[in-house]
Design a protein around this ligand. Structure first.
Ligand code: NAI
Length: 266
């Protein structure tokens, strides 16, 4: 049966690949992006998210079977917290009524292995509290401290998003409504986002030091798209709140073999 998917970031990279693979498999895709998609929208603003969700719902005749949120930016600027966190969470939330009309609703987002990197706990907390003005203010302070501190904005956005997925996935709005909500955390994906950085030997060495990928090295967007497609397929009936590190082994390398003992008796 044909399912209707809303894919953000459908104009480039992982989102474009996901949209293409879904269409090749006969699914209906409504792409959302700043440009080059069915619905042109700016997910960095509250109004842009509301308008995009309304346009996507209308294009889907009111019933959306799955949402895959890929739109994001990696720039060390305050806007990154708006696009990567609020542009995902508020957009998904606005689509809950349309998802509720599906027989098998699903949602998946793109976090990052950067969720494991140093970040700003205050920015993460403000995002998780749903306070975008405060998150932007904190991001502004962080960016003003210089280039090294500015880099904290992206990992903060992805840490907050990964935590939001775990927290929201088990609530009445998601699990209670029968909607699996999960995320994917890529390593270094070969898309326009990383092209400039990887073009120089120095840039690539810097990326590889932070993101070690012993399995097959830098990954094509298909490696993420196929997982997003499974997470939002009818087959996924019981996975909730997971952020899957699909990253060439970066997470296992960085965090090691014991991520379970945190709650063992001391
Ligand atoms: P990309 O730059 O190729 O595509 C991102 C898309 O998001 C673009 O089409 C862009 O126009 C859209 N977008 C940006 N701001 C927007 C806004 N305000 N409103 C609507 N659309 C907007 O990048 P890529 O690599 O495909 O990234 C997709 C997701 O994967 C992002 O969330 C990124 O943070 C994440 N990611 C990427 C990694 C990589 O190595 N490329 C690694 C880990 C995570």
């Amino acid at each position: 049966m044909t399912r209707t998917y809303v894919v953000t970031g459908a104009g480039s990279g992982i989102g474009a690949t996901t949209a293409r693979l879904l269409r090749e498999r006969g699914q209906k895709v409504i792409g959302v992006d700043l440009k080059g998609a069915d619905i042109e929208a700016d997910l960095s603003t509250p109004q842009g998210r509301v308008d995009a969700a309304a346009a996507a719902t209308a294009a889907a005749d009111g019933r959306v079977d799955a949402v895959i949120a890929c739109a994001g930016i990696s720039a060390p600027i305050p806007k990154t917290i708006s696009v990567n966190f609020f542009g995902v969470t508020e957009f998904l939330t606005a689509l809950l009524p349309a998802l509720g009309r599906s027989d098998a609703p699903r949602a998946a987002v793109v976090s990052s292995m950067a969720s494991l990197q140093p970040n700003s706990p205050e920015m993460v907390d403000a995002a998780l509290a749903g306070d975008e003005p405060k998150a932007l203010e904190i991001a502004g302070h962080v960016v003003a401290q210089g280039p090294e501190a500015a880099y904290l904005v992206y990992p903060s956005s992805k840490r907050a998003l990964a935590r939001w997925v775990r927290r929201e996935s088990i609530t009445p709005a998601w699990a209670g409504a029968g909607i699996p909500l999960n995320g994917v955390a890529p390593g270094t994906v070969l898309t326009p986002m990383t092209a400039d950085l990887l073009a120089s030997a120095d840039g690539a060495a810097m990326v590889d030091a932070a993101v070690p990928m012993p399995l097959n090295y830098h990954q094509p967007p298909e490696s993420i798209a196929n997982l997003l497609i499974w997470l939002t397929s009818v087959e996924n009936t019981h996975m909730a709140g997971q952020v899957i590190y699909d990253d060439g082994g970066a997470d296992a390398t960085l965090r090691g073999d014991d991520i379970w003992s945190w709650n063992d008796p001391k």
